[in-house]
Design a protein around this ligand. Structure first.
Ligand code: ATP
Length: 200
């Protein structure tokens, strides 16, 4: 297990994937909270069985996987169901993340989550790296990547921590308002800092 866990966060479309892919290419293990959330409801997992018991077999696709859009509709319209689901999944996601962190053998480990500062996930990390971009760039990149409307992108952004709230929690900040080349140059320096910290 690496002694040093760096939490990576940033709003939708800020460049978290661009950042973690780069660290990954440097040999650093990346634990992804979104991926952990998908793993805990894979077929065969107890959580999927519990969801099907509560909402009926209709909540599964023909292949037996979770019908996410159906579940999303249910919890969007019913707070009780949202709370039930969160109480079921949050501890499982946390355990999945802890297990993956424990298995990491790289000099330090990144844990990326869009909700790092909004949830208690940051408690699993030693430092927080924020991927920072002005809102206008964040909107433009999200719209061009996902083809969503400006209004949809804004709705998602409104549910996340604000740029200011995130920056207040940052130990390290990477500015992703420029080119990928400029991003990677900053990441090379940060990588060196983390290697130094990990060897203390
Ligand atoms: P999400 O929270 O939605 O998963 P994210 O934070 O992982 O998003 P990315 O997917 O890395 O964000 O980046 C959003 C989009 O912007 C992608 O299409 C990516 O290729 C592009 N992008 C990221 N950084 C840059 C950059 N420096 N210059 C140009 N495009 C970029």
């Amino acid at each position: 297990m690496s002694k040093l866990v760096i939490g990576v966060t940033g709003g939708i479309g800020s460049g978290k994937t661009a950042v973690t892919d780069y660290f990954s290419s440097l040999g650093i293990t990346v634990v992804d909270a979104d991926q952990a959330a998908r793993i805990v409801v894979e077929p065969g997992r107890p959580a999927l069985q519990k969801i099907a018991q509560r909402h009926g077999q209709d909540i599964l696709t023909d292949e037996g996987t979770l019908n996410r859009s159906k579940l999303r509709d249910i919890i969007f319209n019913d707070d009780n169901e949202r709370v039930w689901l969160e109480q079921l999944l949050h501890p499982l996601i946390r355990n999945q993340i802890i297990q993956e962190l424990a298995e990491s053998e790289s000099p330090y480990t990144l844990m990326v989550s869009p909700l790092l500062v909004e949830t208690d996930q940051h408690l699993l990390t030693h430092r927080i790296l924020v991927v920072d971009v002005p809102e206008e760039i964040q909107l433009a990149r999200t719209i061009s990547r996902d083809g969503m409307s400006r209004a949809q992108a804004r709705t998602i952004m409104a549910k996340q921590a604000s740029r200011q709230q995130r920056l207040e929690r940052a130990d390290d900040i990477v500015d992703n308002s420029g080119s990928l080349e400029q991003l990677f140059q900053q990441l090379d320096k940060i990588h060196q800092t983390y290697l130094d910290l990990a060897s203390l």
